[in-house]
Design a protein around this ligand. Structure first.
Ligand code: ZN
Length: 416
């Protein structure tokens, strides 16, 4: 992208009522607030959000999940069948349509997946199955801490269906491992907490929580490497304090806050039984389908990445300033955008890929402004075309964390 053609939605006056992380997202122009609990994503924020979605999507496909798209707008019928109509902690948006029919914006999709599968899944031979979607969901939640509790948010939700408890346990474990990979690859510091089932019902559930200064829940967690023990107020082990021994490794527990970034549930027959989703077994009997559900909050991942890695200069997208969701792989920064330096910058821009690089070609910007803007957005590398190039024909590659090396023009695209 040429900087001269890019409108940045940066804000000089991010709301003083917001926490540091949301203020940075506003300052860097990733988001714009549309009201309490409602945010829009500006182009740079949307690039990052889309990369997170791509990353989650790839891992779901890799474990054999099949993508579906369920309606966000639902009639009340299936929610009455499951017994959850009007029973969603007051968080369900409900209304009447022009014909006086009761409708809602789906706060989750357990009912929807049962409706989709009803009449198609008939025999135990049709099982197991794993289905997912990545879509906007709506809950009339009390807005809190900007991107953490919003009335509209993006969820990756997945549902698995099974004939036996063994099959359900296996799939649950496979998704759990995929979640660990997803969060590790994003470089998020997280723990896993046992959770009592709440609105979803069922027999077991676990929460994935990013460690945060400002989160969605109080968290007791083990800071040891490779130990992922965590507990919240919803965990069976609720009487913990900082300094207690970690039940998993014996390390010393810390206390803080966590952002719930993922939640997985063994639902059992909580939805299939009231909604009549059954299969024929090979002995001729019928049985309720066993289910599990698996959620990831996309904006909460974005929030956690900013919160855990940002520094005084702006966003960073991983502990070492690189990161697979950075808006651009590199900024191309000529000391002046004219004559020979402009020609070299243009050449690098074409060679590295205009979609993957941000070319600072606006002659009205000072060099300091170019550096500051690149760092604010968290672009992992700056390719600086300047005095060094005039003398040696090499450009300077500077990482977001200030490490520099010198490369010939030909070496740059591969390095990026
Ligand atoms: Zn531990």
């Amino acid at each position: 992208m040429r900087r001269s053609e890019l409108t940045l939605f940066t804000s000089r006056e991010p709301g003083s009522q917001q926490n540091e992380t949301v203020r940075l997202a506003l300052r860097a122009g990733l988001i714009r607030q549309f009201g309490s609990g409602l945010y829009a994503f500006a182009p740079i924020g949307q690039r990052i959000r889309a990369s997170i979605i791509d990353h989650v999507d790839r891992e779901m496909r890799a474990i054999g999940a099949r993508e579906v798209s369920l309606p966000q707008l639902n009639y009340s019928g299936m929610w009455e069948e499951s017994g959850r109509w009007g029973d969603f902690g007051g968080e369900m948006f409900t209304f009447e349509n022009r014909d006086g029919k009761r409708m809602c914006l789906a706060p989750s999709h357990e009912e929807g997946i049962v409706r989709l599968l009803s009449g198609t899944i008939r025999s135990y031979e049709d099982l197991p199955g794993l289905y997912y979607q990545i879509s906007r969901n709506h809950r009339d939640d009390h807005p809190r801490s900007g991107l953490l509790r919003t009335k509209e948010f993006t969820m990756k939700d997945a549902y698995s269906v099974h004939a036996t408890a063994e099959s359900l346990d296996e799939q649950y474990e496979r998704v759990r491992e995929a979640y660990v990979r997803i969060f590790e690859d994003l470089d998020i510091e997280f723990v896993i907490a046992d959770a009592e089932n709440n609105l979803m019902g069922g027999s077991a559930s676990e929460e994935f929580l990013a460690v945060a200064e400002t989160g969605t829940a109080d968290l007791w967690y083990c800071p040891e490497d490779d130990c992922r023990f965590g507990a919240t107020g919803e965990s069976p082990q609720s009487d913990l304090s900082a300094g207690d021994d970690c039940p998993d490794c014996g390390g010393s527990l810390a206390a803080g806050e966590g952002v719930e970034i993922g939640h997985i549930f063994k639902l059992g027959t909580r939805y299939s039984e009231p909604m009549g989703l059954t299969v024929d077994l090979d002995d001729g009997s019928r049985q309720d389908v066993l289910m599990a559900s698996y959620g990831i909050g996309i904006e909460r991942l974005l929030y956690s990445l900013i919160e855990q890695h940002a520094d005084e200069d702006g966003c960073r997208w991983s502990a070492d300033g690189s990161g697979i969701v950075a808006p651009y792989a590199a900024s191309i920064i000529p000391l002046q955008y004219d004559d020979e330096l402009a020609a070299v910058a243009d050449y690098l821009y074409e060679d590295c890929g205009p979609d993957q690089t941000l070319l600072f070609d606006d002659p009205d910007q000072s060099i300091g402004e170019r550096f500051a803007e690149s760092d604010l957005l968290g672009v992992p590398y700056k390719i600086i075309v300047g005095n060094e190039f005039r003398e040696t024909g090499e450009v300077e590659l500077e990482s977001r964390d200030g490490e520099t090396e010198y490369l010939t023009i030909e070496e740059v695209p591969e390095r990026i």
